[in-house]
Write a protein that binds this ligand. Structure first.
Ligand code: NAD
Length: 330
């Protein structure tokens, strides 16, 4: 039985805890949160041991795998402690906030024999996986251009309103666009050059929109768009990849998972609705199941620390470009 501790009982921490609670071969052993009320609510809902500081949970010798789901600026310190305490770690994206923290993590990673995975969940979204499979199979010929969009919903409000604090979150580029940057890196490899524009600091509070242009080393160019608006709206994502022999498109607004209600052969009564579409398997569940399997099978998780750091460096280059108005070469 793998014993897991989740640090942070906010949006992602609650989701991760609920998933670990039902994953086979896993015991959710403890959660930690600085906030007294959240800690109490988590204890009531989950019936597990609680700690206040993430550091206390890491010090618990019974915990095998530490899940870090605190605001982005808190990741590096907890990763440092968890790696030094010889724990397996799963950390939400972006894995760290700054290039200096990327350097630190690269050094720490060499010292651990444990597994470290990062929550770049788009690599587990069935439609995105299927699109990549088609690209790699050569179905659209030589890939040339890609466009992605992610956003449409309101500016997020986290604990202490940390998303609105650029120094803590890195804004919409580091928090949201990073998902597509990671996906495109997974499809096309290393990025050579980045240019970005963002409304951050230029428009009214609680609205941010960013446009990023990536040139990959293999010649592909991509346009990544992400936005948090200041009006209520529905979150959606789009993907377009064009090549020498075809094009792939996907838009979450025009697709819905298929539900299949099976009728009993004799009674002609509907028994139970069965999910027939892979879209009904939560990518969040799939990424945590992969992390647990990686520990058990003594293999790398699907999204390694090295991959997450490479993606984060591209997103940080986009931030630099948006700040300086210049193209950043990687
Ligand atoms: N993969 C995704 O789709 C996705 C979606 C949303 C957020 N995220 C990422 O997940 C992370 C968490 O975001 P969120 O929206 O869940 O945050 P949140 O604001 O909802 O919750 C954060 C919680 O962490 C707790 N916390 C902070 N520091 C702590 C510490 N040292 N010890 C114990 N508890 C501590 C706070 O009390 C708070 O309850 C961020 O890095 C964010 O970028 C990922």
């Amino acid at each position: 039985m793998l014993k897991v501790g989740v640090i942070g009982c906010g949006t992602m921490g609650q989701l991760h805890s609920a998933i670990f609670k039902k994953l086979p071969g896993v015991e959710l052993a403890a959660v930690a949160d600085l906030d007294d009320q959240r800690r109490q609510e988590a204890a009531d809902a989950l019936g597990v041991k609680t700690y206040r500081e993430g550091q206390e949970l890491i010090a618990d010798p019974s915990i095998d795998l530490v899940d870090i789901a605190v605001p982005t600026d808190g990741h590096a310190g907890l990763l440092d402690q968890a790696i030094k305490a010889d724990k397996h770690v799963f950390c939400e994206k972006p894995v760290v906030r700054t290039n200096a923290e990327c350097d630190l993590l690269e050094k720490l990673a060499i010292q651990t024999g444990k597994r470290i995975g990062v929550g770049h969940v788009v690599r587990f979204a069935p439609e995105y996986v299927a699109a990549r499979d088609k690209v790699l199979a050569g179905d659209i010929g030589r890939a040339a251009v890609s466009r992605t969009f992610r956003g449409g919903s309101q500016f997020p409000k986290g604990w202490q309103d940390w998303y609105a604090d650029y120094a803590r979150s890195g804004g919409v580029i580091l928090d949201l666009a990073i998902h597509d940057i990671d996906y495109l890196r997974w499809c096309f490899g290393d990025v050579a050059r980045v240019y970005a524009k963002t409304t951050q600091g230029l428009t009214e509070e609680r609205m941010e929109h960013a446009f990023i242009v990536l040139r990959f080393k293999n010649g592909v160019i991509a346009h990544v768009e992400a936005g948090w608006t200041n009006y209520p709206g529905q979150f959606y994502t789009t993907l377009e990849i064009s090549g020498s022999r075809g094009q792939l498109t996907f838009d979450t607004r025009t697709t819905a998972p298929i539900l299949y209600a099976k009728a009993d052969a004799d009674k002609q009564e509907v028994n139970v609705a069965l999910p027939e579409s892979p879209a009904l398997i939560s990518p969040y569940e799939a990424e945590l199941a992969d992390m647990v399997a990686a520990v058990r099978e003594n293999r790398d998780p699907k999204v390694t620390l090295a991959e997450a750091l490479a993606t984060t460096r591209v997103a940080l280059a986009a931030l630099e470009s948006a700040e300086t108005g210049k193209v950043v070469n990687l």
